[in-house]
Unconditional design. Sequence first.
Length: 575
Amino acid sequence: MSDLFDGLSAAGPVRAEVEDRAWLRAMLAFERALATAQAEVGLLAPEHAAAIARACDQAAGDPAAWDPTVWDPATRGSGVRGSAAQIPAARDSVVGDSAAGDPVGGDSAAQDPARGESAARDPGVRDSMVRDSMVRNSAAQDSAARDPARDPAARGPGAHDPAAGDLAAGDPRAGDVAGGDPAELGAAGIDRLEIDPAEIGAAATGVGNPAAPLVRALTARVGGAASRYVHQGATSQDVLDTAAMLVLRGATRALLSTVDSAGARAAELAAAHRDTPQAGRTLGQQALPVTFGLTAANWLSALTAARDRLRGLQFAAQLGGAAGTLASLGDRGPAVLTALARELELDEPVLPWHTDRSRLTAIAAAFGEVAGTAGGIARTIILLAQTEVGEVFEEGPPGSGGSSTLPHKRNPVAAVLAAGAAAQAPGLVGTVFAVRPQEYQRAAGNWHAEWRPLTELAKVTGSAVHWVAESLARLRVDQGRMRANLDRTGGLLLAERVTSALVDEVGRLAAHDAVARCARQAVAEGGFGAILAADPVVGEHLSAERIAELLDPAGYVGSAGLFVDRALAAWEEDR
């Protein structure tokens, strides 16, 4: 994060979807869904799943999680998503031998090298995970682990939750939590992440990823007997891969919203200027007449393709355990994966994809294409706004578009920022593709290299589309300047049209040579129409009036209007 530059290269709603807080919330969502899924298939007692879910919600800053009536066994079923009422009763075989295992995650600690190593690392690192700044009420939670009466599974109907009670009694942020309205709790400040990303990041250096220290922090927060089953059967890559899918899905939704804003404005411009003549330009030079509506329709068509590409992305859950076999979950592993994917509303993969990174490269490629679309629109706007062209300009809020040195400047700053953000995307896409080859069952290094470029790619793509939408919203069209630019060559860009009118009379080659001869003379002397009328070949077959008609750019825009209509229809289809 950069306070200095993020407002420029990470502007727009996508940024919030991929910030550290979003990643942590996504990881907590995985642990919550994992516990719920295991309860559904009978691997975990429902009261333990409820305790884990509540701790995840509290850590994620969900104000409803602080309302004891949501979690009280006597009043379950409040409608809060994932509440204890939605966690099914366990089958006879509720809990495996992991009850006697590592309190961080049962037998799964032995299945997951990253988590096994984290248990043996410097105790000072682990202690940092339960500091007051990171895990609130850790003393109460530790005592819950020693006192079964404080475990949610052991409390009778109507009993009060100690975690919520401690907060209500001792934390001035909460107010009267025991009887509070979740909406009021959010307004009071509870709706915020309760685990510090900086603390998790610092501890992550001991194991190479942030999932393991988060699991330890969450385990301390859960407390009681339920803490034995946090993260059961999963590995750190399961957490982070699933979190990546959740984060990128959120980024895609935000990106789609911004693409929709940009497309809606491009559609307005295309419709309003369907028949506004403009000089078409190829290789930087005037070519044939087009319409500005067609220019905007090309932008719209590209945004339609970007929208469709984003809509087609697939986001899958990840759950494979330490080596992709889910051995620690016995024969119920696949059922847990099914339930996990359903809980998170993610696709269920055929099998774990720890080293098959095609899903991520597909997302990266789509983001890169969207950024390229935004960049292309932005660069055209920048060129059309040049002093020498002056066919469009941005009309932004007061103070926008100025220069620190030149008072007369009217810079298309939104388009400039869109182009700048878009230009950063290809390198980030390249990094994601460069680390695509991953070895064995789980890779060393290349997997770890994905997190930052994916996050930055989402940011710059979101910023590029945000700024291009802003530029289009600010865009003003100077039709008079467009016509003046068309007339600057005295009709030379209509030379092809004159040639076509002569073909039936003298043949294509003779017509081409005659018109080319007149064009060369007009470049040096001007007066293309008069030169054509005076030419012995052209003047013999075309009258001065017919030549003037042929040199009117508005009459030679081909199917531009039809193409505008088609682009508008395609945009509106399935919008």
